[in-house]
Write a protein that binds this ligand. Structure first.
Ligand SMILES: Cc1cc2nc3c(=O)[nH]c(=O)nc-3n(C[C@H](O)[C@H](O)[C@H](O)COP(=O)(O)OP(=O)(O)OC[C@H]3O[C@@H](n4cnc5c(N)ncnc54)[C@H](O)[C@@H]3O)c2cc1C
Length: 305
């Protein structure tokens, strides 16, 4: 009986742990990002993928919010499922764009009631059907304001992650200014930074150095996107402002119509990138899994320490 009780308490403990608490125990964390599928069939498929991903015993799994037009409540359903079915801490992304301050507070209450205690606090981007949306007095303008509000209304209940951009946010090419904006998020209560994808590790190391110079000591977890389709990658990078390094162009442009070779080269590239990051001191890896087990399974098996 005491055994069962201690197992139950371990499960409960694991469920409600904040990412920042996991950092205290682990030098490196390995995690995945999912997105809520738009269709029932996609959701069924995700449930299967999730089981496979959880076999890798990730430190946490995050789920995007609103991006790509998916249903917003689905984010929290998925994070709750990750925690309750798989006993893995879940991180709910939350964007404040197009929400009033009161709505955000209600959403956070809802998340809390679901026993979710990790959020990635984001501003988000104006939706396609409302591209000219501008914040008023009753909205948060920046993620830093969302961080401050989470902290004010919920004290230390939530562990807060924020987005970071090694090449600067697409609307803020001034790298020093971008770093100062990031620091405001940390000063307003964020615990760690999750980066935008990048392909040149030096961009990440320079970014971390910029942040350290201005006093940001929080962990900066690199976001890794394995390359599986070069044409799609080019389109995506144009949208999010990430650059495609010369090395990536040289490897993948000539084979862009051969998806099998792209996958093989993509795996080898990611393995090299991840090893280089860990060798250089990165505190873990966050994989943009795109709701698929392949190729993150192979990559993780080769790089995990
Ligand atoms: C790891 C990661 C996960 C993401 N997940 C999602 C998701 O789930 N859903 C989704 O819709 N999008 C997601 N995004 C995309 C993100 O919402 C967009 O990149 C968005 O444009 C910026 O969000 P942010 O939280 O960094 O915004 P902010 O930090 O608010 O920055 C937005 C812009 O305002 C500028 N800025 C910040 N503070 C100030 C200030 N005080 N004064 C003037 N300017 C300022 C910044 O330089 C930047 O240009 C994610 C991005 C990353 C890197």
């Amino acid at each position: 009986m005491p055994n069962i009780l201690s197992q139950l308490s371990l499960i409960f403990y694991k469920m409600i742990r904040k990412v920042s608490e996991i950092f205290k125990e682990k030098e490196h964390t390995y995690s995945f990002e999912l997105f809520p599928p738009k269709t029932e069939k996609g959701y069924e498929k995700l449930l299967h993928t999730l089981t496979e991903l959880c076999e890798f015993n990730p430190d946490f799994i995050s789920c995007t919010y609103g991006a790509g037009g998916g249903s917003r409540d689905k984010t929290f359903d998925i994070v709750q499922l990750i925690q309750e079915k798989h006993n893995i801490p879940g991180v709910a992304h939350l964007t404040c764009i197009c929400h009033t301050k009161e709505e955000i507070k209600n959403i956070l209450e809802n998340i809390k009631n679901r026993n979710i205690c990790n959020v990635l606090a984001l501003r988000g981007d104006p939706p396609q059907d409302n591209p000219d949306w501008v914040p008023g007095d009753n909205n948060f303008r920046y993620s830093s304001e969302l961080c401050a509000s989470i902290h004010k209304d919920f004290s230390d209940y939530f562990g807060i992650g924020v987005a970071g951009f090694p090449e600067g946010h697409i609307l803020c090419p001034d790298l020093e200014q971008d770093a100062r904006y990031l620091k405001i998020k940390i000063d307003n209560g964020a615990d760690y930074v999750m980066t935008q994808l990048f392909f040149d590790n030096q961009l990440y190391f320079d970014y971390v150095e910029r942040l350290r110079k201005i006093g940001v000591t929080a962990r900066v977890i690199p976001g890794i996107l394995p390359i599986t389709n070069y044409k799609n990658l080019v389109k995506f990078c144009q949208l999010c402002g990430a650059s495609i390094s010369d090395e990536v162009k040289t490897i993948f442009e000539p084979i862009q119509d051969d998806l099998e070779r792209t996958l093989e080269e993509g795996i080898q590239f990611s393995i090299r990138q991840c090893k280089g990051l860990l060798d250089g001191g990165a505190p873990g890896l966050h994989f943009y899994s795109l709701n698929k087990i392949s190729p993150v399974d192979v990559i993780l098996q080769n790089v995990r320490r």
